[in-house]
Design a protein around this ligand. Structure first.
Ligand code: ATP
Length: 352
């Protein structure tokens, strides 16, 4: 659906002598129906990249392919037509304060001289969709932040786009309103089949509605993948830092580490040994009694130290940190058995 190929955006440095890269050789592929997250710290190049999709930013180098067509090669008229397929919503809503809710939503239709009755036929169902029918005649100043963003969403949808770009659309909203807005975007993605590209600096937003994500840092993509994989196994330091609290919940508190180290060094009877393990469960494996089966099959004992379960994209995932005791042979068989049930098994040797 959207192919960003080798996108580079250069600017002159403030002294005018050097070159600064807001994006450098970025390649991103977005599939139809994706809710695609672009995440990174401030200044990472997220807005620059997303604004290349509708050529609000014309990249210094690279191709922007939307639905098989290269936007960078189009004439101005072709580009204007193509941009109608790409709606956009913004952190600060960008509504016209002198126009009512209805007139804000109608604006893109007015700009292409749509007759009044056709405009009404389009605008009223959109107001219904975003839950603003009874506010149609109000002005933006009479609305809450969440309602203003709903106007922004309805306006973006008025030209029947195939793609919706969202630049930090929930950053100015409180947590409850953020939830409601994300749910609305999810509904639009599902019911209208819209592909959504979302910039955010909050992993929580990605976790709640995106199916794929790229992580950017200093103008380059440092990680890309299905959201569940990136959360389960973040590779880059930037991603790990951004996941912050979610990963902290997987780590043993310092005082416990000292106790566990001591415990692991204790002698066990009958050639049994202790192992500090982390199991990561996804989907069905979160509900199957994999661990208790392994322990009864292979005569192991276990002691749970830390556990966490979460939900991403309607799929559960969780981690358990535990000490397992058994003979080396039984332990190895149990690990193979657990892994064969789709659970990732790691021995946390770095703690010892
Ligand atoms: N027109 C411009 N001229 C010079 N530098 C620019 C221009 N636009 C953006 N930049 C710089 O490019 C870098 C990337 O900016 P961009 O807005 O894409 O980052 P971002 O990840 O969206 O950040 P934020 O989350 O703060 O919006 C920043 O260092 C910014 O200052």
């Amino acid at each position: 659906m959207i192919d960003l190929q080798h996108i580079t955006q250069e600017y002159k440095t403030s002294d005018g002598k050097g070159t600064f890269y807001a994006c450098k050789d970025v390649n991103v592929h977005i599939r139809p129906g994706d809710i695609f997250g672009i995440i990174g710290r401030s200044g990472a190049g997220k807005s620059t990249l997303v604004r290349c999709i509708n050529l609000l930013n014309r990249p210094t180098q690279g191709k922007v392919i939307v639905d098989g067509k290269d936007l960078t090669q189009m004439s101005d008229a072709e580009l204007r037509a193509e941009r109608r397929q790409i709606g956009m919503i913004f952190q600060h809503f960008n509504l016209l304060s002198s126009r009512t809710v209805y007139d804000n939503v109608a604006l893109p239709l007015e700009l292409v001289n749509t007759p009044k009755d056709k405009t009404r036929e389009k605008v009223m169902p959109l107001l219904e969709l975003v839950g603003l029918t009874e506010h149609a005649n109000k002005y933006p100043s009479q609305l809450s932040g969440g309602q203003k963003q709903r106007v922004g969403i309805a306006r973006a949808l008025s030209s029947d786009p195939k793609i919706l770009l969202s630049d930090e659309a929930t950053s100015a909203l409180d947590p409850e309103t953020t939830q409601a807005t994300l749910q609305l975007l999810k509904k639009i993605n599902k019911e209208l089949g819209l592909t959504i590209v979302m910039i955010t600096h909050e992993m929580d937003v990605v976790k709640q509605i995106c199916n794929r994500v790229v992580v950017m840092n200093k103008g380059v993509v440092v990680e890309e993948g299905d959201v569940i994989d990136v959360f389960r196994d973040p590779k880059s330091e930037v991603t790990q830092a951004m996941l912050g609290s979610a990963l902290a919940a997987r780590s043993l508190p310092q005082p416990m580490i000292a106790r566990v180290k001591k415990l692991l060094q204790t002698e066990r009877p009958d050639g049994r040994k202790l192992h500090l393990m982390r199991l990561t469960f996804v989907g069905n494996s979160t509900t199957d009694p994999v661990l208790s089966k392994a322990c009864s099959l292979f005569n192991l004992d276990f002691n749970i130290l830390l556990g966490q379960i979460d939900e991403i994209q309607n799929e559960s995932y969780g981690t358990l940190t535990l000490v397992i005791e058994g003979t080396p042979e039984n332990f190895k068989q149990a690990v193979d058995y657990i892994a064969s049930k789709g659970v990732r098994v790691e021995e946390l040797t770095n703690v010892i």
